[in-house]
Ligand binder design. Structure first.
Ligand code: GLU
Length: 284
């Protein structure tokens, strides 16, 4: 079975220009490293995912000319996540936590429930956390940003594997998927860089000693300086196409906004990917 790189959008909104830049990096690096692309729909958060966004992601990617060798969707993989979760439970690496979000201030979970009497795992409203062993440091390389040595507990403390709505979390599902789907190269935005040490650690405990290679690419920012995101109401690609802008015009302006072109132009997907490949030569 071949290994893959993957494009892994969450169907909680329509794709926007930030996703398009990310897709260019994924398909560009797939070419550079000779890997097939897996399209993974990350709909682990069923409280926010919507079927119409799933369909729209596929259609929009096709309209820009992207093609993938394999596709998967997290909501169909519950049995697999459960198996991996039970394995961690058997190893004593999971504990239930009843802290409400309100009772926790700040980003980092201080471990209040770490050594508590174990409540009945069937109790509703519990979060299940990964017990990060003390004193661990993760050393890893980013193909673009260089070497990191990090304490995976630093950003968030013991992170959640399953949330209080009984949903698998991003951190857990992505690790199971990157193992099970033989992802050997992860290409994604810099905003996810600080999840990497946590994911390498968790994958190690799930049985994958050699992590994927990672490349975190630069993000697109809005005119007012925020990361382009659904939260800041980035205009959807679909909206742009419906207003009559062609895929080639959008590709040209995204490459311009990302600093890959000196001025706006109308370019094909092939040309946009060549610009990414050209740019990546500065760090390979
Ligand atoms: N689903 C995540 C997102 O849409 C990407 C996760 C990843 O690439 O690891 O931001």
């Amino acid at each position: 079975m071949p290994s893959f790189t993957r494009f892994a959008p969450s169907p909680t909104g329509f794709l926007h220009r930030g996703h398009l830049l990310s897709a260019l990096w994924v398909w560009g690096m797939a070419e550079r490293f000779g890997l097939p692309v897996l399209l993974r729909i990350e709909d682990h958060d069923q409280s926010r995912a919507r079927p119409e966004f799933v369909a729209a992601i596929r259609e929009d990617l096709i309209r820009f000319g992207f093609r993938w060798e394999r596709a998967s969707i997290q909501s169909e993989r519950d049995a697999l996540y459960r198996r991996y979760f039970e394995f961690l439970q058997d190893e004593g690496l999971v504990y239930p936590c009843s802290c409400s979000r309100k009772s926790l201030s700040g980003e980092r979970y201080p471990g209040f429930c770490r050594d508590r009497e174990v409540p009945d795992p069937g109790t509703d409203g519990l979060t299940f956390r990964f017990r990060i062993p003390e004193g661990i440091r993760i050393v890893w390389d980013d193909l673009r940003l260089g070497s990191f040595e990090e304490n995976p507990s630093e950003p968030c403390g013991d992170f959640a594997l399953r949330d209080r709505l009984n949903q698998w979390t991003y951190q857990f599902a992505v690790c199971v998927d990157d193992i099970d789907e033989k992802v050997d190269l992860v290409v994604r935005g810099e905003d996810l860089r600080d999840s990497t040490a946590r994911q390498i650690l968790l994958m190690r405990f799930l049985g994958r000693e050699t992590p994927p290679r990672y490349l975190h690419h630069p993000l697109l920012f809005s005119a007012s300086g925020e990361k382009l995101s659904k939260r800041f109401h980035a205009v959807s690609l679909r909206g742009e196409l419906e207003s009559g802008i062609s895929p080639e015009e959008i590709l040209g302006s995204v490459c311009f906004e990302a600093g890959l072109l000196d001025k706006k132009a109308v370019i094909s997907l092939r040309e946009a990917i060549s610009l990414i490949l050209q740019c990546s030569k500065s760090f390979f």
